[in-house]
Design a binder for this molecule. Structure first.
Ligand code: CTP
Length: 347
């Protein structure tokens, strides 16, 4: 860069590239890119680039989780840089945790997905997507919660937005940053989620229930913290049923509206998983059901997913697709099926 200043290599490289991927992206590189340093060829090229940029972080877990790195990642993402989640596994030096560079095949998949021209096939459509896990209070400090990082729901929302849709996210508790460009309504409990989803359904072309909703809530929530008393057994917690949001959305469905449910199941085999999925789509009555096997930490909080997409039809449930890949790829497969089902627009 400094030997051949006249040819400005960083400008040449940045203009020539269709996409830039930095793999591995160190904590130091993330920090330097976030503040816009330009003191070596890589940093200067990143600062000049207008093409898509993909950063694949790799570092020790402590560095990845440090607030400084978290802030840098958020800054980069807010500018449209795709900072992917590192894999969880063996790190340099022998310890393990989040921070491992994803496998080259996974990186290649992301590169290919980033280079796909984006079809704006959802232009003018309105999507409502619920994400995250609800929390049902027991007392002011405790709750019954449902596991869900929000990643898959956010991927659907983000890709729908990129494909032209107006997207409202109804956000329960999530563990990852919310993508930019979406309208957000926060909720805490299943009952709040129920109220907001039914209200938002009225103006929506598509409703996606990606949230993990608590089926039960404590009958009452104590006004003050429940204290333990020596030598006394705790009071049992009485649970009552929550409404089934998805079934009520299906009941109130308006003409042409597409309703999508998710099913997180634990099963011994793919056949069992699909049997559970078929029974669930029939019971819930939604148009599409995305089924995944969540046994053994394979899905929750991970950037990748392995999902089956089922549809409801007159002859019974049909398996439309099996997609194994990033949550973005799963989101695109779901949106492809949604787009096929939307009625053509008049005028
Ligand atoms: N769901 C909902 N309201 C509930 C429970 C679930 O809207 N009270 C939605 C979820 O958002 C998801 C779908 O229903 O889209 C399936 O959720 P799941 O927890 O798999 O189904 P359940 O009805 O809880 O069935 P089961 O407990 O028998 O597995």
């Amino acid at each position: 860069m400094w030997d051949d200043v006249a040819s400005v290599p960083h400008v040449g490289l940045a203009r020539w590239a269709d996409l830039i991927i930095v793999a591995p992206a160190t904590a130091d590189l993330l920090a330097r890119a976030a503040i816009g340093r330009a003191d070596d060829l890589l940093a200067a090229t990143l600062l000049t680039a207008t093409c898509p940029v993909l950063l694949a972080p790799a570092m020790h877990t402590e560095m990845w989780e440090h607030p400084a790195t978290r802030a840098n990642v958020e800054t980069l993402r807010s500018r449209g840089v795709q900072v992917i989640e590192p894999a969880i596994g063996r790190l340099t030096g022998g310890d393990s945790g989040p921070g491992r560079l994803p496998e080259p095949t996974e990186l290649m998949r992301l590169v290919e997905a980033s280079l796909q021209p984006t079809v704006r096939d959802l232009e003018g459509r309105t999507l409502v997507v619920s994400v995250g896990g609800t929390r049902e209070p027991l007392d002011p400090v405790r709750y019954l919660g449902n596991r869900s990082s929000g990643r898959q729901g956010f991927a659907v929302a983000e890709r729908a937005h990129t494909r032209g849709a107006r997207v409202t996210v109804v956000r329960a508790h999530v563990e990852v940053p919310t993508p930019v460009g979406l309208q957000v309504i926060d909720v805490e409990t299943a009952e709040q989620l129920h109220r907001v989803m039914l209200a938002e359904q009225a103006g929506a072309d598509v409703v996606v229930m990606a949230a993990a909703v608590a089926d039960f809530r404590p009958e009452s929530s104590a006004a003050t913290k429940i204290k333990k008393v020596d030598d006394q057994e705790p009071d049992p917690v009485i649970l009552v049923r929550n409404p089934d949001v998805l079934m009520d959305l299906v009941r109130d469905r308006r003409d042409g509206q597409v309703i999508v449910g998710f099913a997180a199941e634990t099963s011994a085999s793919t056949d069992d998983l699909l049997a559970l999925g078929r029974a669930k789509i029939t019971r819930k009555g939604c148009d599409l059901l995305v089924v995944n096997d969540v046994a053994g930490e394979r899905v929750f909080g991970q950037p990748v997913n392995d999902a089956y997409v089922l549809s409801r039809s007159e002859d019974g449930p049909t398996l439309l697709a099996h997609v194994s890949g990033s949550k973005v790829e799963v989101a695109d497969t779901i949106l492809d099926e949604i787009a096929k089902r939307l009625p053509a627009r008049s005028g």
